[in-house]
Structure formats: structure tokens, C-alpha cells
Ligand binder design. Structure first.
Ligand SMILES: NC(=O)c1ccc[n+]([C@@H]2O[C@H](COP(=O)([O-])OP(=O)(O)OC[C@H]3O[C@@H](n4cnc5c(N)ncnc54)[C@H](O)[C@@H]3O)[C@@H](O)[C@H]2O)c1
Length: 322
């Protein structure tokens, strides 16, 4: 049993991680901008603590990470394409300044840091699948969508620099399209599930030919736990994703079927909807050999099974559909 801090613990992946940490008997402090229904189950459990704060405020962050903390799971971030296009400054401030503050506080407290990064750091590298040492291939800074990829990559550089320069215990996971219960309903799986269950038509972008490796949140949490509590992962980066590709068209077909929805989908032209700040990545596939070899981890949940569980959860939690 250890004392751990989860920044962004009220969010989608964070709240599942918090549930898992509490179930394993850890003493868990969530640091987030506010309480959320995602923590309804966790908040009455023994060992749960909540600190309201902003990662951009160094003092608040330092106060939430006292000496004796074993691991800081850093998940606080601005996530979601609409934010990258509408408010890239906030994305950069929270994801870069916030990460620097969390790293400094973890270092002072003598804690290990587990930084949650993203497949977006690989950008649009055409060499598929992407292994951890592969190149980052990005578009111009005048295209706002790259602000998120860049902010997370700067976060990774900060983590690795603090590890090398100051001896901070640190590991990085790069998530690939995580989905499941509680996800903010503006990402492709969560938005489509919500629309399908509300009798609306999910959106099919540019014909739905782009592929993703959709990874169920429970699998992502398992991979994250293995990286966090295994000393051999120190200073290393791991892809955490399912290596099975599905087109968005296949995804929507499964969602409509599982939701027993007959309304079909609505076709969307992304350039017309988002303008020039948008540029989609056609394929994102992880090479997960390192996670298999070092952690004995791989994603187990099929897309059908994960969508079924997400739809079932959304049906049972009416607030999510309001
Ligand atoms: N969901 C995915 O598919 C995915 C993929 C790749 C990487 N990630 C990474 O995983 C982490 C969690 O993502 P998620 O999908 O759970 O997102 P989420 O938006 O549900 O959770 C992010 C949390 O960070 C909090 N936060 C935002 N700004 C903050 C601030 N200034 N101070 C403190 N907290 C703040 C939010 O309130 C929220 O609870 C993020 O770091 C994200 O970059 C997620």
C-alpha cells in the first residue's frame, strides 16, 4: 500500500485508474480542477482524498504532493480536438507549464512520476506501426491541431530531462485512442455512443476511412499500473494501445448495432466543419512489442466487447445521456 497522487483523477482515464488504485489498497489523492460524477464510486472509499487545484499553479501542486508520496500519475491535460483548434494557448499552458510544476513537485517529494502521453506525438509519420523510438512527423505551427502533439512532446522532454539531469524516477506511457465508460462525449467513440442512444445520428468524418486502434480503458489502466510499479521501466517510454486497426466506419457500425439504433450516421466534411486548423491523421497503429516483452502486457478487450460495455454503462447512467 503506497501513497499516490493522480492529477486529472476526476477525468475519464484518471477516474478508472483511481478506482483500480483504491481497489489495490493505495492511499489516493486526486488533484483536479473540480469534483466530477466520475468519482461517485471512489469518493466514499477508504484512502480517497480530493484536492481542488490547477496544475498551472505551482504552489497548489506542491501542496498536493507531500514528501512520502510514492508515485505521481500525471494525467491532467487539455484533451480533445475542439480545444486544440479553439484554444491552443490553454492547451500549451496546462500541458507544458502544468507538467513542469508537477515534475518539480514530484522531484521535491522524492516521488516517481508516471507521465501520460499520447500517440499524437508521432504526428503523421507514414511508417506504420509506430515504435517508441520512431520519428515525430508534424505539420506547421500555423495548423493549431499540432499544439496538442507538441505540448505532450515537450512534456516528455521535460520528464526525460528531469530523469537524466536530476535523477527523477520517471516513466512515460503513450496512449492510443482510449475509450470506455465516463469518457467526455466529444471523442469519436463516446460521442457516437451518446448520439446513438439519444436517437441522434453519429458523425462519420470524411467517409470514415481513417483507422484507429481503439483501446478499452481497463486495458490502458492495466498497462499504466505495470509501468508505474515496475522499477525496470525507469527512464523509459511505452506505447499502450491495442494493435488491431479498425476504420471509423467499422466502429460506427458496431456502435449502432450495440445501441440497437436504426437512424444511421451523418456524413461530415472535416475541412468544411473545422477549417484549416484541422488536419486528420489517417492511421495510428502502435508497435507494442516493448510492452509485451518488458511488461507482459497487451490489450485484451475486443472492440465489440468494449463498445458493448460502454453502451451498457451509458444506458445505466442516464446523466451521461442528458
Ligand atoms: N483518452 C485518450 O484516448 C487519450 C489518448 C492519449 C493520451 N491521453 C492522455 O491521458 C490523460 C487523461 O486523458 P482523459 O482522456 O482521461 O482526459 P479527461 O479530459 O477526461 O481528463 C483530464 C483531466 O485533467 C483535468 N484538468 C484539465 N486542466 C487542468 C488543470 N489546469 N489543472 C488540473 N487538472 C486539469 C480535467 O479536469 C480532467 O479531469 C491526458 O493526459 C491525455 O493527454 C488520453
Amino acid at each position: 500500500m503506497s501513497k499516490v497522487v493522480v492529477t486529472g483523477g476526476a477525468g475519464f482515464i484518471g477516474s478508472h485508474l483511481v478506482d483500480r488504485l483504491l481497489a489495490e489498497g493505495h492511499d489516493v489523492t486526486v488533484f483536479d480542477v473540480g469534483m466530477h460524477r466520475n468519482l461517485d464510486g471512489a469518493k466514499s472509499r477508504r484512502g480517497f482524498h480530493f484536492v481542488q487545484g490547477d496544475v498551472r499553479d505551482a504552489r497548489q501542486v506542491a501542496d498536493a504532493i507531500p514528501p512520502g508520496t510514492k508515485v505521481v500519475f500525471h494525467l491532467s491535460a487539455i484533451v480533445g480536438i475542439k480545444h486544440y483548434v479553439q484554444d491552443p494557448l490553454r492547451v500549451l499552458d496546462v500541458n507544458v507549464l502544468g507538467t513542469r510544476n508537477v515534475l518539480d513537485a514530484a522531484h521535491k517529494a522524492g516521488a516517481k512520476i508516471l507521465f501520460t502521453s499520447t500517440s499524437e506525438v508521432y504526428g503523421k509519420n507514414p511508417k506504420i506501426p509506430w515504435a517508441e523510438e520512431d520519428d515525430r512527423v508534424l505539420g506547421p505551427t500555423t495548423t493549431e491541431r499540432w499544439s496538442y502533439s507538441t505540448s505532450k512532446a515537450v512534456g516528455e522532454h521535460l520528464v526525460l530531462a528531469m530523469h537524466k539531469g536530476k535523477g527523477l524516477d520517471a516513466s512515460i506511457v503513450r496512449f492510443f485512442n482510449i475509450y470506455g465508460p465516463r469518457q467526455t462525449p466529444d471523442l469519436v467513440v463516446s460521442q457516437s455512443v451518446r448520439k446513438a442512444l439519444r436517437g441522434e445520428r453519429p458523425l462519420l468524418y470524411d467517409g470514415g476511412h481513417a483507422t484507429r486502434c481503439f483501446t478499452f480503458v481497463e486495458d490502458a489502466v492495466e498497462g499504466t499500473m505495470r509501468v508505474a510499479f515496475d522499477a525496470t521501466t525507469n527512464g523509459q517510454v511505452f506505447n499502450i494501445g491495442r494493435d488491431k486497426e479498425s476504420t471509423v466506419r467499422e466502429l460506427l457500425t458496431i456502435i449502432l448495432r450495440e445501441a440497437q439504433a436504426s437512424q444511421g450516421w451523418e456524413e461530415v466534411d472535416t475541412q468544411a466543419k473545422f477549417g484549416k486548423g484541422f488536419e486528420d491523421i489517417q492511421r495510428r497503429v502502435p508497435d507494442v512489442n516493448k510492452a509485451r516483452r518488458v511488461l507482459g502486457w497487451e490489450a485484451k478487450t475486443t472492440l465489440e466487447e468494449g463498445v458493448r460495455r460502454t453502451v451498457q454503462w451509458a444506458r445505466e447512467n442516464k446523466w451521461y445521456l442528458e
